[in-house]
Write a protein that binds this ligand. Structure first.
Ligand code: FAD
Length: 504
């Protein structure tokens, strides 16, 4: 007897949603169950943070997009005929209208409840769409404080903020000193962009939003300070991102580290340590802090800086053991004047104590880079879906109800599963594991009643975009980019995307 195909809906077309789909496509034949997959995406175009997060000068990181494109083109062969359909349904938000409704008049809405009633499997892969905050006075009111999520979305041309007054009307020409709170990889991406904002070679050829770059180019940025609560050894960045910051010296941009603990660590650099990542980090720091001719290792003598460190007008630096406690604005304005920090002391047991002493540093712009925050969809309460601080509560991707039991057919993958952690490789591995759980559960339940229910799900929505539409947009963006000497020129308004599609 031929099997009834199971209907699977995935919410979000970022790396987690698409890697979940990819694994289901590739493995459906192992359980011999035919499947139909629908991927719902609030933006008219796919790829989530691969398109709107990853730094524009890291095109190689976006290679996952090629895998996803192949999947859409070849899902029948890849699944040995078990994947019967694979649909991208763009411009369609699952849940309540979002803030994007203001910038996307074409957005469709589909209730999560209706997906859960009609689909055999629903996967929540909608990422982390909120900001973690410092929660100190004037943080939201001050016009020169941006969260890294808003700022990164803006320079990557994300529809919700690409033309937002917050950035477009901001007086970039006054920005000389920038503070960044947090020292993870996102903070380093932002620091790299800001301190090298006028290096055409880096950004002019990238897919950064052209209008954002025009604004950024106006800023005569001289210093970017990256500030951490804890000490050097607790820095959150990876060595790859760190190296890229140091390597800006080939454009005459130099780095510095303010940390007593760092000096002690460097003195001990020859002491054997099992922490190879830290040893590498120290070696890199020590070598790059030396004048070019005094460096001992070939690795750090590849490109001679065009000027000496002392002549340079552009620096980035790390500062440690500081917690922001106050944002001070110029009197009578909403412009940032300075930030007051409490000084922290690390205890022997690794805990942190905030002391009574404070320091105040002048900045023209402050970026808070504290991580992306997961948020529940509005219907979670009504549907009894458990949300824990920044992620959907789950066991191995199986979503838990408020009474801590898995909700049949409901899964979660990616950043909304784990609260916003990990690079694309981790996200991929996690998504594969969740897809394996889905396959196991499908194999264990030969016929799911929803596949045979009469309830209909409308997948022909008025302004939805399809995968074929995305392929058209992609082609046009690459053509526009080529004409401008860039690797891609993105459409940054939903109107412009819809116009292109209308005229085809
Ligand atoms: C600034 C930044 C730089 C990064 N750089 C790198 C890097 O260099 N290398 C690397 O490997 N990783 C990098 N990462 C990490 C990588 O981007 C993540 O691991 C990955 O994107 C997480 O995937 P996700 O699918 O869980 O979430 P997302 O990528 O956020 O995808 C979620 C998708 O769901 C959609 N969505 C949201 N709500 C709804 C809804 N209600 N209905 C329908 N659709 C919805 C969103 O529009 C989005 O397309 C970076 C992350 C950031 C933030």
């Amino acid at each position: 007897m031929s099997q009834v195909a199971r209907n699977i809906s995935i919410i979000g077309s970022g790396p987690s949603g698409l890697y979940t789909a990819y694994h289901l496509v590739k493995k459906a034949n192992t359980i011999k169950v035919p499947i139909n997959i629908k991927i719902w995406e609030k933006n008219p175009v796919p790829f989530g943070l691969s398109r709107y997060g990853v730094a524009p000068d890291h095109p190689e990181v976006k290679n996952c997009e090629d895998t996803f494109t192949t999947m859409f083109r070849e899902y029948e062969e890849l699944s040995a005929g078990f994947c019967k359909s694979l649909q991208f349904i763009g411009n369609t938000i699952v849940g309540q209208p979002s803030m994007s409704s203001a910038t996307n008049p074409f957005e469709n809405h589909v209730a999560l409840k209706s997906l859960m009633q009609t689909e055999d499997v629903v996967v929540l892969s909608y990422g982390c769409n909120g900001d973690r905050r410092l929660n100190i006075p004037h943080e939201e009111e001050c016009s020169s404080v941006f969260t890294s999520r808003q700022f990164v979305n803006w320079y990557n041309g994300q529809f919700d903020v690409a033309l937002s007054d917050k950035f477009m009307k901001f007086d970039w020409s006054k920005v000389r000193k920038v503070g960044i709170i947090g020292n993870g990889n996102v903070a380093l991406d932002v620091a790299r962009l800001l301190i090298s904002n006028q290096v055409k070679e880096l950004w002019g050829v990238s897919d950064i939003s052209t209008v954002a770059l025009e604004q950024l180019n106006k800023a005569p940025i001289e210093s970017v300070k990256i500030i951490g609560r804890r000490d050097f050894s607790h820095s959150k960045f990876t060595n790859k991102e760190y190296r890229e910051l140091w390597e800006l010296e080939k454009y005459g941009i130099f780095g510095n580290i303010i940390s007593t603990e760092f000096d002690t660590l460097v003195k001990d650099i020859k002491a054997p340590s099992n922490d190879r990542v830290m040893m590498r980090r120290l070696e890199m720091s020590k070598e790059y802090l030396l004048p070019f001719d005094q460096r001992s290792k070939k690795n750090y003598k590849k490109v001679r800086p065009p000027i000496e460190r002392a002549e340079s007008k552009k620096h980035w630096e790390f500062d440690y053991l500081l917690s922001p406690v106050g944002i001070n604005m110029h009197p009578g304005t909403k412009d940032l004047k300075s930030v007051t920090f409490a000084q922290n002391v690390m205890q022997k047991d690794g805990s942190l104590v905030q002391s009574d002493s404070t320091v105040t540093t002048d900045f023209d712009l402050l970026i808070t880079s504290l991580g992306y925050k997961g948020e529940p969809l509005e219907e979670f309460g009504e549907l009894g879906i458990q949300f824990d601080r920044s992620h959907v509560k789950n066991i191995d991707g199986r979503v838990l109800s408020n009474s801590d039991v898995p909700i049949p057919g409901l899964y979660t993958s990616g950043w909304i599963n784990n609260g916003g952690q990990g690079v694309i490789a981790n996200t991929m591995q996690g998504a594969f594991q969740v897809a394996d759980r889905i396959l196991e559960d499908m194999a264990a339940k030969p016929i799911h009643k929803k596949s045979t229910s009469n309830a209909e799900l409308n997948t022909q929505l008025p302004n939805q975009t399809t995968w074929a539409d995305w392929e058209e947009i992609n082609k046009k963006e690459l053509q526009k980019g080529k004409a401008q000497g860039k690797n891609r020129s993105k459409y940054i308004t939903v109107d412009s995307v819809m116009n292109v599609l209308k005229t085809n």
